[in-house]
Design a protein around this ligand. Structure first.
Ligand code: DQA
Length: 144
């Protein structure tokens, strides 16, 4: 099974960006921890990060139509709250997509409490830090 983990804008700055909200791990450290936690035969993970809406949309299209991924885990960052284009891309690809957020967006500003992508995702995990990605990957792998 192939799962791609897509991270959106500003997540390349993890470790330096608002560590009191997002923790001290860099994105590379988080990716390493995820690989260590979920390593199992037959499960292939790939990681992609972009600050650009179009590149995230292209990665979603490629997951389904080029790389033939079986599932997607996505943290769209701030795009979560307003990108209808990313929402439409998720709705277009007909493979399970799980939305993950490091922080508990419902405990933060009102504008973060809206997710325009949530209605087209299979599920949503938030507030559990990097372990939220692990939970999403394990669940998708178990569901097959
Ligand atoms: C985030 C939450 C978003 O509101 C924010 O814009 C981010 C990170 C999270 O992982 O907690 O960039 O998606």
């Amino acid at each position: 099974m192939k799962i791609i983990i897509i991270n959106g804008p500003n997540l390349n700055l993890l470790g330096r960006r608002e560590p009191e909200v997002y923790g001290h791990d860099t994105l590379e450290e988080i990716e390493r921890k995820i690989r260590m936690e979920v390593e199992e035969p037959g499960l292939v993970l790939s990681f992609f990060q972009s600050n650009g809406e179009g590149e995230i949309i292209d990665a979603l299209h490629a997951a389904r139509y080029q790389d033939e991924c079986d599932a997607v885990v996505i943290n769209p960052g701030a795009y979560t709250h307003y990108s209808i284009a990313i929402r439409d891309a998720i709705a277009s690809i007909q493979i399970p997509v799980v939305e993950v957020h490091l922080s508990n967006t419902h405990a933060r500003e009102a504008f973060r409490q809206v997710s325009v992508v949530a209605p087209v995702c299979r599920g949503r995990i938030e507030g559990l830090g990097w372990r939220g990605y692990v939970a999403a990957i394990r669940t998708l792998a178990a569901m097959g």
